[in-house]
Design a binder for this molecule. Sequence first.
Ligand SMILES: [Zn+2]
Length: 411
Amino acid sequence: MNRLSKEDLSQMNQNYFQSLDKEKLVEVAGNLHSLAVEQLEKLEQNSSNSSLPPSSDQFKSKEKVPSLELEPTGSETSASESKREDKQVSQESEKPKNKGFGKKLPGKQAGAKGIWRTSPLVASQTVAHHPLSCASCNSRLEIDPQAKPYMGYYVLELEKLDSGIDIKCTLHHYYQATCSCSHHTLSKPLTGYISVVEGRSKDLCLQEYGLVGPMLATFIASLAMRYRMSRPKIKELLDDWIGVSLSVGTIDRCIREVGIACSPVVEELIVELQSAEIIHLDETPWYEKGKYRWLWVAITSTIAVFHIGSRRKQELLRLISEAFVGWLVTDGYGAYSNYPKRQHCLAHLIRKAIALTTSVDKEVADLGQWLLEELRELIHSLATGGGDKDESDSNPARQNPCLPIGYGNRA
Ligand SMILES: [Zn+2]
């Protein structure tokens, strides 16, 4: 079944409906009904009944949900705080943008001369996209060999060869066709998930229409994330070594698009975390565009999941839900304290023992020294496979002693 677009709907009117025979009218009504159902379901979606993040709820309701991400370290969120935030946001939006010597927005400035390609792209192949059925009445459409495309765009795509990599340029042509019911149907590049972030000037939409193909975009994202290259460095590398000229803005967009495309993988990893026997959890301060946030990490022997948010307990539940029944290895942060199967991280205990050894009270310093030696001995036995063999293997330190042992060896 076709998905009706704005152009399709604009062609439909009283005269068009009256011109259709009963069979086609039923088909058109079916398409309109599907669209109405789809839109209604979309309207009713929120974080409690779909995979939408809770942060998207505030865009759907007038009442602002207290933001977790903008919140300071404290655990309470008062109404006055969110009001203050609202006020701040509205004040910011009222501010005149880009006046005088104020901070410039990234990207091309308004009125600045644009930069175009010095040499046009040359496609090695052309792909034709014809509409296969009428968007209105679903009748099959014939391909007209004389038809001219109404739009087209180039796509640069990376191909992995036995002897290395190659960049291929493809021209995509899109056609329209007229049905016997008089409806014009356009073939269009497909669009996917739309990422909405508060404060961003334009929503980011995953779509076929774009200069960079999925494999090349993944390669660019890999250079940025895995190989830690800056956007200008990636631009330089692509230009010098692969002969692909892309703007820093396009490179940045590719990295963000790949990030969005990876979100289902993160959800899968979070599900996998639930069945792990041992999870190491930690959190550390994280500044993002000057905002104070927390970076959480949950690590098992095969998975590492990072999450940026506030320091509240709810963030912990996003990583390990109540379904997790294994061992949690953490530091002494209070958010973990209610979890029944928790082991205090040995590296943190050693640090505390070291602090005790420096005490002015000799008795306390001696206790610290004793504790330190005992802990190091314990770690040494675990690392060398010694210790009590009868002990159950459910002990997290035995199964996953990498962190404390690394520390112990250094010490
Ligand atoms: Zn038709």
